[in-house]
Design a protein around this ligand. Structure first.
Ligand code: ATP
Ligand code: PAU
Length: 316
């Protein structure tokens, strides 16, 4: 599936699911029943096998990597003879619409919090940095949501640079999937976490990928470790459609929902509309702007049917 396998092999170590699962090594399955309940609350469809085989080794890897960075920070301070501000370790999670970025991010958050070295783990999504709906309309971008030009990149880069600089309180705008818009009067407060996870379609993008010149620097300049969640497009489209069908009885049934009128649709009608949104917006965005950023990631998690990860690729 990779256009240039030779380059890929040179860049990444590839692990089949079972090989990766063995790398959990000494990480005990420290999850209590209540932890498991929390994880099920994040996504009831996620299996315990997925947590033990994929996420526990990943949590171990990230704990080691964050630890190495913290050590390096101590050495630097000793050398410079000063106490620097606490700077969060920043992990980014990229991938298509509906690949499961937010589920992956929330499970990682829950697992990373359990390590005594980094108990405070915050999570933001770049959805909040989409322009407000009125601005998208003004710019004629309603059919381009999720494309690079639909984000306020200046605001996003300002946000992440403040986090990286160790500012004690930084605010992020919040997006509502119900109103399909930025929330007007509430913001998310980020107060010097040990780790910040930032999740979104665009976290690996630079100006070079797109027809739109995005000003430098890029989000990835501030990110310590990047993850790309990958799956073949037919699966992504299927997951997008099935989430859309589920939303009819969930989010869309809310009278405040932007898509409230979809709640009345039968399965066939809803499938057609979702497939059409995929083919006209999310699919082209994947192929033009998201997938081309995949091979910049430090780690690629490859999913197959039923959201099962079947391969992990790690930068050498
Ligand atoms: N590990 C998993 N097991 C089973 N279902 C999953 C898993 N991860 C995600 N899903 C399902 O796939 C769909 C997309 O997941 P999610 O909302 O996490 O994706 P996303 O990449 O954050 O999407 P978006 O970019 O649109 O916000 C949801 O219906 C979710 O329940
Ligand atoms: C908010 C984004 C861009 C990303 O999560 C996406 O969910 C979205 O709304 N895409 C636009 C097309 C659609 O409604 O799916």
């Amino acid at each position: 599936m990779h256009a240039n396998n030779q380059i890929h092999n040179a860049l990444y170590l590839a692990f089949a699911r079972q090989q990766w699962a063995e790398l959990r090594k000494s990480v005990p399955l420290t999850l209590s029943e209540s932890d498991l309940d929390d994880l099920r609350g994040i996504n009831e469809s996620i299996s315990l096998d997925e947590v033990t085989d994929i996420y526990l080794p990943l949590s171990r890897l990230l704990n080691l990597i964050v630890g190495a960075k913290q050590q390096r920070g101590l050495v630097l301070n000793q050398f410079l003879g000063r106490v620097p501000p606490k700077r969060p370790y920043i992990i980014s999670i990229a991938g298509s619409v509906a690949v499961g970025k937010s589920t992956t991010a929330r499970i990682l958050q829950a697992l990373l919090r359990q390590w005594p070295e980094h108990p405070k783990v915050d999570l933001v999504t770049t959805d909040g940095f989409l322009y407000p709906l009125s601005e998208l309309k003004r710019r004629g971008l309603l059919q381009r949501k999720g494309f690079p030009e639909s984000y306020d990149m200046k605001l996003l880069v300002e946000f992440i640079s403040k986090i990286k600089a160790g500012e004690s309180l930084v605010h992020a705008p919040i997006y509502s999937h119900i109103s399909y818009d930025r929330v007007a009067d509430t913001q998310q407060a980020i107060e010097q976490p040990d780790i910040l996870i930032i999740e979104g379609l665009n976290v690996l993008q630079t100006g070079q990928d797109t027809h739109v010149a995005i000003q430098q620097p890029f989000v990835s300049d501030f990110v310590d470790f990047s993850i790309y969640v990958d799956a073949e497009e037919p699966l992504l489209k299927e997951w997008y459609i099935s989430r859309f069908l589920k939303f009819r009885t969930g989010a869309f049934s809310d009278p405040n929902s932007y898509f409230h009128h979809y709640s009345e649709l039968n399965d066939d009608e809803a499938t057609k509309i979702a497939a059409n949104i995929w083919d006209s917006i999310n699919g082209p965005n994947l192929n033009l702007n998201i997938q081309p950023t995949r091979d910049r990631a430090h780690l690629i998690l490859r999913k197959g049917t039923d959201h099962m990860m079947h391969q992990v690729l790690m930068r050498k």
